[in-house]
Design a protein around this ligand. Sequence first.
Ligand code: ZN
Length: 305
Amino acid sequence: MTVADGPLEWLALARGTLNRVALHRRDDAWLEAAWADPRSRVLVVEDGQVLVTHEPAPALVFVPPDRAPGGDRWLLGVDDDGTAYFGVPGPLPAVEGAEPAGLRRVGALLADRDSGLLTHLVALEHWHATHRFCPRCGAETEVTAAGHVRVCPKDGSQHFPRVDPAVIMLVTDADDRILLARGPQWPADRRSILAGFVEPGESLEQAVAREVEEEVGLAVRDVRYLGSQPWPLPQSLMLGFTAKADGDVPLRPDPEEILDAAWYTRDELRAAIDAGEIVAPGPLSIAAQLIMRWYGADLPKMPPF
Ligand SMILES: [Zn+2]
């Protein structure tokens, strides 16, 4: 079996379908009309949790604008039929049959529109909660652009939602084995591919090569981009790559970042999962999708999320 060609086909958190209508974010008349429209839907978020129903299938539970908590209203987008969707931070309303859930639990289970809405909303909530003050002068900033900009009332500077780019790479050797490693804080049966944040002044390809060299002492070539998904847990954008390592260079795991690292054939990975030595990653992560693209099928014993 060879590594499949082409980009990643399905990424749990990159499935949003709404038009974000950014041009309406500063149009107060449009925003007021949309809020006054009883067909508009509001998703309330509290500490990363929203209301979800599991019957008949996992879906977000919305409330009409007049049942939403007061305060900020963040415009998330508009559906094909013109329905507007807002996100509002505040206490979750009581809705029969609904229960609180977060992105990690339901992001892979929700249908495309709802997965995209939740991904957008929890990213905004975290940003607002952690970026209240102006990084230039320390004044408390004000929300504008329907939740997508904060502006400083003292110096007028504008501040946009933060996204931290991180590369994640499936490294193969000359025998088409993959490199899996365990981070120091991880449970004993957890393994994944290597990943790390992009540094200032660095290209994505350079970040891939640097992280692999730092974490396991390998040089890589043929760095290829395969796809991305937002990972607002709390504010990353995961950029997925493949890379190739040559020769029979011994792995030198950096003890601060990697507890152990090893090469796996497909048979060895399946055997390790079957034996319970490794727990397969869930479908939410881009790591799982990169590993499955190499593996050529769903991994055995994959958890539902
Ligand atoms: Zn300021």
